[in-house]
Design a binder for this molecule. Structure first.
Ligand code: HEM
Length: 499
């Protein structure tokens, strides 16, 4: 029996590290899809790192939005060499870059049930978000999505607006107080990170939100540690090494889950009344307890809570930060949006009736999502052989959709693709062409999209009505990618209160 186990482990290792990737490579090569030569175990990781460290070694010379040469230099090098479709290797995982919008649309809609998140991705994030919705696959994903989606729709979604307004009011008071004390320059990204954390903590945990914020603080540290540790994942068995990272990760994970359990325990008696996200999940767990089907257990509930924070907090903060940078450097659009907010809201806090009327603001937000999409890449893996357009995609192939490159493509957007021109979102045609995918598309799109847009509109409308802002001399334009697109040194703006 022991030799059988050893043989089967050996077989799995050879299959995972050698024969499967080579089978995939051969099948794609036969269809004319080539790519750069990989190194053993590391694939093309070193090529990507070298190109990126060169392209991001300095700040951008001006506030230009031409981000692809800086943030996806490998995409440019390899498309020039191999065409629109090419395969590169992230360690042992072959990845096909797919930039054709009709094929992307087909993949994300028609094939959503037989594609999902790869083992490598799940491993990289397993300690901080586990198998929450973002990393779930197959039937588990399907059930989790059905449980979670109602929390982001209709009246439930609307019920979060009051909390968003309240958190923004608090932020504006603190900004006003600092201005009164003589401060003029603010790193606005810090404020946006804090307000989106406040909002998600309150909507997730209701009255336990202070403890929620403590959890989120630990989760951020955990996420950074996991990002560092995942660089070594290409080495077989590395996740089992008792390294310093792995020990720290384990300890932090235990602390986060301990605190989450404390909140859950304290809520046991009042589960029925929970009108926050956690309450909804706990209710669902009680209702379905006797069902034979999908079991929403405490571990999944904890993973879901961590996932909402991870997926919803930094992305929205970055959307707000980049939009403020764009408005600070385009004063005519700032004036236009302010005039619209004044006309629609008439010095009141934005209400649910006001939000759809803020069309100039929507156009600016969309243009910001196009130029600076927080999620710059969409990854998928094929769980079965798929026929995609003229391509036969073999089971096990990872597909890498370069959202940033699609959003900046001159072929798709015209010669002014790298310019800030919100007016291009004046027509609804933009949304059907498949070239605008900041929230992905199809059944597995962002479940929090409406939440994020509502939050962004409320915060920006309230901020723009209180302050005018200009970019500071100290701002250094240096976007970098660390999972999301970030301003390396923050965004410094000078605020002037409006009367
Ligand atoms: C501007 C803000 C946001 C952006 C740009 C964004 C973008 C995205 C994208 C591109 C995906 C697909 C990822 C993939 O499948 O690889 C996604 C999924 C997801 N997002 Fe968002 N998101 C934002 C805000 C939010 C918020 C506020 C929440 C929740 C409170 C949220 C929760 C999720 C979840 C749970 C998923 C996984 C959905 C699934 O796989 O079914 N997101 N988001």
């Amino acid at each position: 029996a022991t030799s059988f186990v050893i043989l089967s482990v050996l077989y799995d290792a050879v299959s995972c590290y050698w024969s499967t990737p080579r089978r995939i490579k051969k099948k794609m090569a036969m269809q004319g899809v080539g790519g750069p030569k990989p190194r053993p175990f590391l694939g093309n990781i070193l090529d990507v790192t070298a190109l990126l460290s060169k392209s991001t070694s300095q700040d951008m010379p001006s506030i230009s939005h031409d981000l692809v040469p800086r943030l996806l230099p490998h995409y440019l090098v390899w498309t020039a060499q191999f065409g629109k479709r090419f395969i590169f290797w992230n360690g042992i995982e072959p990845r096909m870059c797919l930039a054709e919008t009709d094929l992307i649309k087909e993949l994300l809609s028609k094939h959503s049930a037989v594609t999902g998140k790869s083992w490598l991705q799940q491993q990289g994030s397993s300690h901080f978000i586990g198998r929450g919705l973002l990393m779930a696959n197959g039937q588990n994903w399907f059930h989790q999505r059905h449980v979670v989606a109602p929390a982001f729709l209709g009246n439930r979604l609307k019920s979060y607006a009051g909390c968003m307004v309240e958190c923004t009011r608090e932020m504006l008071i603190s900004l006003e107080n600092e201005v009164k004390l003589g401060r003029t320059e603010f790193e606005i990204g810090e404020y946006m990170t804090r307000i989106t954390a406040d909002i998600i903590s309150k909507t997730e945990f209701g009255s336990s939100y202070e403890k929620g914020k403590q959890i989120f603080h630990l989760l951020t540290t955990l996420q950074n540690l996991c990002a560092q540790a995942s660089r070594h994942l290409c080495l077989p068995g590395s996740r089992f090494f008792p390294s310093k990272y792995n020990r720290e990760i384990k300890a932090l994970k235990g602390k986060v889950e301990g605190l989450l359990m404390e909140i859950i325990e304290s809520r046991k008696e009042c589960v029925e009344n929970g009108n926050d996200l956690l309450g909804m999940l706990l209710n669902e767990m009680q209702n379905k307890r006797d069902n034979k089907g999908f079991n929403l257990n405490l571990q999944i509930i904890m993973d879901e809570c961590k996932t909402f924070f991870f997926a919803g907090h930094e992305t929205t903060a970055l959307l707000l930060t980049w939009t403020l940078m764009l408005l600070a450097t385009n004063p005519s659009w700032q004036d236009k949006v302010r005039a619209e907010v004044m006309a629609v809201c008439n010095r009141q806090a934005p209400s649910l009736d006001h939000l759809p009327k803020l069309s100039q603001l929507s156009m600016v937000i969309n243009e910001s999502l196009r130029l600076y999409p927080p999620a710059s890449i969409l990854p998928r893996i094929a769980f079965e052989d798929i026929k995609l357009g003229d391509l036969e995609i073999p089971k096990g192939l990872s597909i890498w959709i370069p959202v940033l490159a699609i959003h900046h493509s001159e072929e798709l957007w015209g010669k002014d693709a790298n310019e800030f021109k919100p007016e291009r979102f004046g027509s609804s045609k933009v949304f059907t062409s498949g070239r605008f995918i900041p929230f992905a598309s199809g059944p597995r799109n962002c479940v929090g999209q409406s939440f994020a847009v509502m939050e962004t509109k409320i915060i920006l409308a309230m901020l723009i009505a209180k302050f005018s802002f200009a970019i500071s001399q100290n701002y250094r334009h240096a976007p970098v990618v660390v999972l999301t697109i970030k301003p390396k040194y923050g965004v410094q703006v000078c605020l002037t209160p409006l009367n």
